[in-house]
Every structure is written in structure tokens, then in C-alpha cells.
Design a protein around this ligand. Sequence first.
Ligand code: PLP
Length: 383
Amino acid sequence: MRTYLDWNATTPPHREVVEAVSRAMLEAWGNSSSLHEEGRVARDLAQGARQALAGWTRTRAIEWILTSGGTESIHAAIHGCVAARPGKRRIVTSAGEHSSTIGVLAGLEHQGFEIVRIPTREDGTWDDEAAIVACDPQVTALASLIWANNETGAVSGAGTVASVLRERKVPLHLDAVQCFGKIEVDLSRVPAGFVSMSAHKFQGPKGIGALFVRQGTPWSRWIQGGNQERSRRGGTVNVPGAAGLARAVGLASDRGSMDPRVRDELERRLVEAVPGLFVVAHRAERLPNTSCVVIPGCDSSTLLDRLDARGFAVSSGSACTTGSAEPSHVLLAMGLRPEEAHAAIRISLGPDPDPSGLDRFTAAIREEAASVRSLSNPSTLSE
Ligand code: PLP
């Protein structure tokens, strides 16, 4: 029996999502750009996804562009905004971004853009005052900031930055991929210009996501080609994916924000069970399902393998950095030492965790952490 505790990496699609996707593949296989009945059926489903997103976030359906997921949305927001604001050569970001944002900005830096990376505070949130100061309207093309961090769960105060930058007419892109389905995303209160999201993070299908572009925000299309998405993204629309996205949005909005109590109780028991274990970013507002813990002296990749063999799936940071020997840049930016970053694991829960699975997990981590520690330091750690 497996216990999956890696919901920030991806989630199992909900049964109703699978049914919606299958039904769309069988019954709405038309091209949503076609003018005939088959096209209309497909078009209605795609529009349903935009409307579902609009209702959930208090925005308008026309402001949502369907994409292939978070990575594409991030590329489209940043490249599209830079292209629409020629002459503005500065981009403001944080030191704790997801690798997709880091990748886009590294490319732009290579082309001569000035990338200002504002520091991460000790609690894992970015410094909003530093972001505002760095966004000189004369030179800044946009700011691109992660709203909730995928590794630590730290949720930064996006509302203030969004309001100030809106007044200054500096567009703000928020990577909100980890927020949807976990915390409220009300874009009537957080007036960002762009917001990226992805369905597979909240029990939707993989390969579908969306980019929010607030009306009036300077932006030009990133993927050229056809006139899909009102000429804002070329490429035949993934209608089955859109149907699944709409269903996932419906389920998540009915459920509401996740409850942190199970996570908090798990952390309390882990601190009790494993000597020296500490919770990263515990002083910040955090995603209610995310727990990043450091077990000093315990190599996280070895621990991960051991837990996996015993039926538990956790992660040592973001899935995208798995296999990398480098310590997490997110944890280093918070001031953790490299050896602490190498001893960090991320536990991310689903909306309805099985209490007996968490009991077994706590026992397994206690045993395996002691064993892994004794491998690296046999004389001092024998518990
Ligand atoms: N941004 C964040 C914060 C993420 O956690 C992820 C996925 O791990 C992405 C962007 C990329 O999303 P996708 O997997 O849909 O490309």
C-alpha cells in the first residue's frame, strides 16, 4: 500500500476529471476553431474552462488564455510583456523562483536585460518593499514573482505589491501555480496583470493550464501561428484537457481552501519523533498542505529512497530539481547552510489525507532517519 505525500509535484487526477476528459475525447473531439457543429461543441467546452476560472478568481473569461501548463504560461507572460514594452530593460524577480521562471530570465539576461533579484527573507517570503523599490517605472518592463513557494509553501504578500505596481503602471506577473486549490486566489483583491496556473496541481489533467492577462495590461502573444484563443496563442486547443480543467476547478472551488490542521499535527509529531528536526518557513503564512523539514545530519536523497522503498512518496525539494546534486537555491536564499539544504525533505498533502498513512509515515521516518544518520556518523548517532 502506497502513501503519496508529494502533491506539490503533481496530484492524482480526480475520478470525475478523468470522466470529463474521456467524455470530451469521445464526444467533443472537434477542432474548437471550426465553424461547424463539431467545432461548436468543442468550443463550448473550452469556453466552460475559461468561465470556470473566471468565476473562481473573480475575473472575466476573456482574460484567461488556455495553455499547456504552468511553464508555458510563465514563458508567455514574461516574453509577451517584454515584447510589448520595448525600451524597458529591467525585470524584477525574487531569489526563490521556480526553475521555469529562472530559465526564462536567464535567457533574457543573456540578451542584455537587467535582472534584479530581490532577496528572500528568513521566513521564505520575498521582500515586498525591496520589490517595490526595484520597480522603477522608467526602466522596468515587469516584475515576475512566485506567490506561493513550491518547496517551502511560504506565501508572500502579493496584494500590496500588486496594488502599488498597478498604480505605477509596472505589470506584475504572479506564478500562482501552487496556490490554486490550496488557498484563495481572488484576483479582484490582488490586481496583478498576469497570473500563471496549471491544472495538474489540483487533480486536473497534465498538459493544460492557463494564463490570466488582465484587460489593459501591455502584452503580445508569445506563441505565433494560428488565431486560436482570440489570436493570443497559436495551436489547436486541448479541449479534453480544458474539460478536465473545468471539472477540477469545480471540485476545488466546492471544497474551498485546504485546512492546515492535519499538516500542523503531522509537523508536531515529526518534531517529537525525530531529534533535531525543524520545520522550514514555519513563521511565514504557508500553503496549508506543505511542510518542508530539515533533519540535520540525514542525507535527504538516501532518506527519500528508503521511504520510497517502504511505500512513501515525498520529495527533496521541487520535482524539477530531483536528480540534481546542487542544494536547493530556495533554501539557500533563506539563509540555510548547504548541508541543511541537503537534509531537507518536502511533504505535501492532498485535501483528504489518510490518518493511518500519516501514522505509518511518522514511524517510518523516525526509523529511517536514525538509520541514515548512523551511516554518516556511526559513533554519535545510534538512536
Ligand atoms: N511554478 C511553480 C511554482 C511550480 O511548482 C511548477 C511545477 O512544479 C511550475 C511553475 C510549472 O508548472 P507545470 O508543471 O504545469 O509546467
